[in-house]
Design a protein around this ligand. Sequence first.
Ligand code: GLN
Length: 523
Amino acid sequence: MLGLTLKQASAALRDGSLSPVELCRRCLAWADETRRLNAYIILAPERAMSQAIESERRHRLGQPLGPLDGIPFAVKDNFSTKGIETTCASRMLQGYVPPFNATVVQRLLDQGAVLLGKTNLDEFGMGSGSTDSVFGPVRNPWGYSRSYRERHHLGDSGDGDDGEWLITGGSSGGSAAAVAARTCFFALGSDTGGSTRNPASRCGVVGLKPTYGLVSRHGLIPLVNSMDVPGVLASSTDDAATVLGVLGGVDPLDSTSAREAFRPFSLPHEGGVSGLHVGIPEEYHAPGLSADVLAAWSRAAELLEAGGARVERVSLPHTQHSIVCYHVLCTAEVASNMARFDGLQYGHRSTVDESTEAMYAATRHEGFNDVVRGRILAGNYFLLKQNYERYFVKAQRVRRLIARDFEAVFASGVRVLLTPTTLSDAPTHRDFCSEDNRTRSAQEDVFTQPVNMAGLPAVSVPVALSTRGLPLSLQLIGPAFSERELLSVAKWLEAASNFPSIDLPESFSTPVATADARGSKST
Ligand code: GLN
């Protein structure tokens, strides 16, 4: 039941062979069974079950609300959910219960989708590993797949605290793990520099970052307002398109919402790529690109060519400056966004009460992790009167140049760019944490971040397994508001690649075997 795609589950719900209540119960049980992944911060079983009962009633009457009616989903814990704690994985917001739903959450609930719970992330979305959460890091389900464990001679239970387990990527790692482990049929992520595509890539699921403004940010707790977009993590490109159909479109509550008319679409069954003009940006042959990723990238280009596409090298000369500019722009926006967390209105409040200033300072010191505090400091530095022109204004100018590079390539007739999503497959926790958060983000976001600078849509599609037996994914980037064509090409690539499904054990909490293969890895 949980191995179905959203599309298949939706069809089964409609023809009555599957019950929304039973489906919800199974998802909740499996989410509980796989809790060592740490994908969820909070599950909301009672609410979910009552939503499922409502859905069952509608299905019985033959009146489902749409393709998502009765479909269980999860939401990254930086989207406001009415009546359900919303923490951004930070001590600062622990205990905060929003009085409203983010527009995207509301739209999904209005379509009868069943909200299972909130997923784990790097604190306030600042990171690319899902390792910097107050609730602890998220673990990659692929590290538990039978094939991976056999290949690496790991026992059934070996995932202790030795740091040898695999990270999910981030910052929407909880959402990616929740979908990859089949605890739900899709999940919401957010994407500011790659946070939906990066974990999708490491967890072998589809990750869609829509055009800036196409999907409402209302109720998404901001990281970088000028770049944030809600993202979709799903098991297939068809499923991502279905979810986008519900999320997309103008929202009066979001002042940056695009006025562009949006109509839900489904993807063609037998679409082709004949005559499609595909660009390969030469600057994306970045240092540190693994041989596996390079091979997958070349193979996909060959497949597209064999399918009749015209594949050509293109240049995005300013892309190389993207990460440095992002650091300035991100921290500047963080400095102002985080100012609202002062201990008065939301979440954590220090017991220090000598003065109002002392209370603010102590609250912020206790509430934020050092990554967040570091970014606030850096941002305030860049915004100082004497630095403003030199850093902030300059970064804005370069941002414009980065966006123009993309515009020029698309104006030349290129319809879609093909790039890797990440430099490598999922690293172990030990390897990943040998660098600090900022260095890691700089390495991790090279292929994904420029897209946010330019506000373009992009999708990450799993295409192959690496020599270590882990997912490898490629990214497709299109012009603004080209989601339909972009996802159609992604669907073609998905079909041509035939990525294998994950083979998880049936039991997670109890070790299956009595003795493990290496004798030292039991928890
Ligand atoms: N890794 C980037 C950062 O740390 C991007 C995160 C994101 O997209 N939310 O800011």
